[in-house]
Design a protein around this ligand. Structure first.
Ligand SMILES: Cc1cc2nc3c(=O)[nH]c(=O)nc-3n(C[C@H](O)[C@H](O)[C@H](O)COP(=O)(O)OP(=O)(O)OC[C@H]3O[C@@H](n4cnc5c(N)ncnc54)[C@H](O)[C@@H]3O)c2cc1C
Length: 420
């Protein structure tokens, strides 16, 4: 799937025509398809995993995929009329973030506080299926949106848009195609957009825990000697969600631990600080692991000669989860695209190159900056020489004393989008 085909559209009897096709059934694809249909575009969403709507999470067993949602994500979900429909009992606001250097000393701490920043919360922590379920429900009532359970096998770009050839059934022609098909994005490669990719040689082990002490609505993160990072994100009640980034070998070992071995682990790492902070931790889910990498598509629209495809979400960028921002960034892609298409001049089609370039320009700054900062932080905290370790621990303490820098960090974490 590497050649770009530029040809005239098939005869209209052989294909179906729509305004926009969104490829991908992750949160970015679902939110984008719903938003486009709400703007009045005849929209199809195509993905192999759209068959059954995601069931609503229930009870005390929490989903395995837990995310930190930034205020920019909240604004987008409110704009899509999803936010108020979420079961808020399953969302935990984060009022404080505490980030510790690898000596586990109090002075090496960076503390970000919603109170000091004059905002009600810094983020919310919640389950992926909570958002997906509510997006599925809203999509069912949106008559401009059709969901198709299928796989896109080939894309042919023409003057008026692109034709999508599906594994089963009639091809679909769309004026604009949104590729939300994830980190390995087949559409990205097929339209000839290259991507810079780097493995972090790390995996993230995620698991949910019941903690003995209250988490105080605080997200904790410990940078450990050797480059491991342990984040404990607060969940409603006395629960936390762990994201432990480590070598793939250690991740495989962690997945084998039983409860008593975990207890020993938490007592020994970070000089016992995790245990001291949260008390005894009881496993409340089966730990799973995810490989970590950084990807940045070199263009966000394509193909070069006649752009008709827009990349959003992980298809455009993938980052280390240490800042908890990957999906938030993808949803800012959605927000910007909806803003641009919603305000377009009446004579422009949805794939007018002026609009697509506007999108690409607006997304490059935010994406580039966040990928850069996350990557540099990851590398700084993996460095093992003594001067580098002293420098970063000292740096955390120093940043902590600067109200100005902390305010800028918080602004970046909150993200900024507006709908008109
Ligand atoms: C451990 C970990 C923790 C994280 N924590 C956070 C966090 O706290 N906050 C945050 O914001 N982000 C976080 N992230 C990042 C977040 O998980 C991703 O950014 C997000 O899930 C990407 O969503 P997406 O919709 O872009 O892609 P995906 O969820 O990967 O969806 C891709 C979709 O495309 C479909 N597809 C693929 N190929 C085709 C095809 N040929 N035809 C049709 N459909 C196709 C797939 O079936 C799927 O439906 C974390 C990531 C990891 C690994």
């Amino acid at each position: 799937m590497s050649e770009v085909h530029l040809k005239t559209p098939l005869h209209s009897g052989q294909i179906r025509s729509v305004d926009v096709a969104v490829i991908g059934g992750g949160i970015a694809g679902k939110a984008c398809a719903l938003g486009l249909a709400q703007l009045g575009f005849q929209t199809v969403e195509i993905a192999p995993d759209l068959g059954e709507s995601v069931s609503s999470p229930q009870g005390s067993q929490w989903g395995q995929r837990i995310y930190a949602f930034s205020p920019s994500t909240q604004k987008l979900l409110a704009h899509l009329q999803i936010w108020d429909a979420l079961d808020h009992i399953r969302l935990q606001p984060v009022r404080d973030m505490r980030i510790y250097g690898d000596r586990g000393e109090k002075n090496d701490q960076l503390h970000l506080s919603a109170f000091e920043a004059g905002t009600p919360q810094l983020a919310w922590i919640g389950e992926s299926n909570l958002i997906e379920h509510t997006l599925d429900q809203a999509s069912r009532f949106q008559n401009k949106l059709e969901r198709i359970t299928n796989v896109v096998e080939k894309i042919e770009v023409d003057e008026a848009g692109a034709t999508l050839h599906l594994k089963h059934g009639t091809p679909i022609h769309a004026q604009l195609v949104i590729a939300a098909d994830g980190a390995n994005s087949p559409i990205r490669s097929e339209i000839g957009i290259t991507a810079s990719e780097e493995s972090y040689s790390q995996s993230a082990v995620v698991a949910n825990w019941i903690c003995h002490y209250p988490h105080l609505e605080t997200a904790f993160q410990w940078f450990l000697p050797g480059g491991d990072i342990v984040a404990m994100l607060p969940l409603p009640g006395k629960q936390v969600s762990m994201v432990w980034s480590t070598s793939p070998e250690n991740a495989a070992e962690l997945l084998k631990l039983d409860q008593s071995q975990w207890t020993e682990k938490f007592s020994s790492i970070a000089n016992g600080a995790i245990r001291k902070q949260l008390g005894e931790l009881t496993l409340n889910s089966t730990p799973v692991s995810f490989p970590l990498r950084k990807i940045r598509a070199n263009r966000f629209i394509g193909p070069e000669s006649s752009p008709k495809v827009v990349l959003i979400g992980d298809a455009a960028h993938v980052m280390h989860p240490l800042a908890g921002q990957g999906l938030n960034l993808g949803l800012r892609d959605v927000a910007v695209l909806l803003n641009i298409l919603g305000k377009r001049e009446s004579f422009r089609t949805p794939s007018d190159p002026v609009l697509l370039r506007r999108y690409e320009r607006q997304r490059q700054g935010d994406t580039g900056a966040l990928l850069w900062v996350t990557d540099k932080l990851k590398k700084l905290f993996s460095a093992s020489s003594k001067p580098e370790r002293q420098l970063r621990n000292w740096g955390l303490g120093l940043v902590n004393k600067s109200h100005f820098i902390k305010q800028r960090l918080i602004e970046r974490a909150l993200g900024d989008i507006d709908f008109e």
